[in-house]
Design a protein around this ligand. Structure first.
Ligand SMILES: CC(C)(COP(=O)(O)OP(=O)(O)OC[C@H]1O[C@@H](n2cnc3c(N)ncnc32)[C@H](O)[C@@H]1OP(=O)(O)O)[C@@H](O)C(=O)NCCC(=O)NCCS
Length: 177
């Protein structure tokens, strides 16, 4: 359930997989949340390097929607790290500021984590605020162990092991698969 903060209207918000038809809405949401600098985000840079023909969306992308309107979206890119696969790069994740702090961000992330773990994905990586993602068990990657296109503040490079002990085996450059 979602209560609009201004109108007070109550609506049913549902989480589901993100589909190609949602992409115009995702673009609008990203524009609203991140502004014109959004294409400089690390996840966009990694995706740009994907082999030609790679689908834009993986099965781990999620959204929270009320009908056709997206309240939040989560992108997830399949990556290799130093040539080792079975890893995902989370981001961008965005929740419409009008609907922030209702658990939508956390639900999308946890749902994607559960699905990825079931599929045997071993590691999920992201660049983001440690205090937010620590609640979902993400930890800082040791400085210099994993590199991304462009500079990244090491304190913001975070990962969650979906199988115990795998982080140590992921070393090197992140590339889209
Ligand atoms: C970050 C974001 C995805 C969180 O989504 P959300 O649905 O609003 O958040 P949730 O409901 O899952 O979690 C809310 C809690 O996280 C906290 N939180 C939110 N953003 C935070 C941040 N950047 N750092 C630390 N804590 C944060 C809130 O204060 C709240 O705390 P509480 O439970 O103690 O009240 C959303 O605020 C957003 O889109 N932000 C702008 C874009 C962004 O920074 N994206 C992440 C980088 S790709």
């Amino acid at each position: 359930m979602t209560i609009h903060p201004v109108t007070g209207t109550v609506t049913q918000a549902a989480m589901r997989a993100l589909m190609p038809a949602d992409m115009p809405e995702v673009s609008r949401l990203h524009e609203r949340v991140f502004g014109p600098g959004r294409y400089a985000r690390t996840a966009y840079r990694v995706r740009e390097g994907a082999p030609k023909g790679t689908p834009l969306l993986s099965q781990y992308c999620r959204c929270v929607a009320v009908g056709p309107r997206l309240l939040g979206s989560l992108n997830m890119t399949k990556v290799s790290i130093g040539g080792t696969g079975d890893a995902l790069l989370l981001g961008p994740v965005a929740v419409d500021p009008e609907f922030a702090n209702q658990g939508f961000g956390r639900s999308m992330i946890n749902d994607a984590i559960d699905a990825a773990r079931k599929d045997g994905v071993k590691l999920m990586l992201l660049v983001g605020d440690a205090p937010y993602y620590a609640r979902m068990d993400f930890v800082a990657v040791p400085t210099g162990q994993i590199t991304l296109p462009g500079p990244v503040n090491p304190a913001r490079l975070l990962a969650i092991e979906l199988q115990p002990g795998v982080l140590d085996s992921y070393r090197g450059k992140v590339t889209a698969r």
